[in-house]
Design a protein around this ligand. Structure first.
Ligand SMILES: [Zn+2]
Length: 231
């Protein structure tokens, strides 16, 4: 960068700081040091710049940079997650993806499941309830007597479980998280689906799809009955 020969008003200097920051001369994650600012003014041959560079001046410059639209401390924005991801069983990360998405739930989790024996997924659904997320699970009524079912685990953990007995089998396996993310696919929430079967799981970040899945979930909710374990 070529130094110029003329002193410039402070506003121009600030804009130049922004430019220098963008070009990598100044650090992006923290304010330039007093020494850097001194060198900068010397290079530009600003004879009697109006600022005496002290820590307070540095803070003032930082504030001015914020006002000109460039935060001195802001990290670059985190990249958005992909709109859709897919995982394949066996051992392709389906269970981890479900647990990870459940870990990000803040308000609501709606579930439809057929066979439900996955302990990590049951634990994630209980953990969501325990941090205040409303978790409601619709299961095929066969889960009450199915071997290895974790229905008792999630009910004991505070999740609400409904049973859908209206169909030959209630075969959906979906989750709608915070009205924004849909998990769906052939992947049952079971250890076998993770370890033994050929399955797929889609993670879809789409409020529009979440709305459609939520509407369908409520249709099944309407003819389902609340599960209460026998005492
Ligand atoms: Zn139904």
């Amino acid at each position: 960068m070529n130094p110029t020969n003329t002193a410039q008003p402070i506003t121009s200097q600030l804009i130049d700081i922004v430019a220098l920051r963008v070009s990598g001369v100044f650090p992006t994650a923290r304010p330039p040091s007093i020494r850097t600012l001194r060198d900068w003014t010397r290079l530009r041959r600003i004879p009697h710049h109006p600022l005496k560079f002290t820590r307070a001046t540095g803070l003032l410059l930082s504030l001015a940079l914020c006002l000109t639209g460039t935060s001195t401390r802001s990290a670059p924005p985190a990249p958005l997650p992909p709109a859709a991801e897919v995982y394949f069983s066996p051992h392709g990360g389906c269970t981890e993806a479900v647990v990870r998405e459940l870990g990000k739930a803040r308000q609501t989790v709606l579930v439809q499941a057929y066979s439900f024996t996955s302990k990590p997924i049951a634990a994630a659904l209980v953990a969501a309830h325990q941090r205040g997320v409303a978790v409601t699970i619709i299961l095929d009524d066969g889960d009450v007597t199915a071997r290895g079912s974790v229905i008792g685990v999630v009910v004991a953990g505070g999740d609400t479980v409904l049973l859908d007995a209206k169909h030959a089998i209630a075969h959906n396996k979906i989750m709608v998280i915070d009205g924004a993310v849909v998990l769906t696919g052939s992947f049952n929430f079971t250890a076998a689906a993770e370890n033994s079967n050929a399955e797929n799981l889609l993670v879809l970040r789409s409020a529009a799809l979440a709305t459609q899945y939520t509407a369908n979930w409520h249709e099944h909710e309407a003819h389902s009955t609340k599960y209460a374990p026998a005492k």
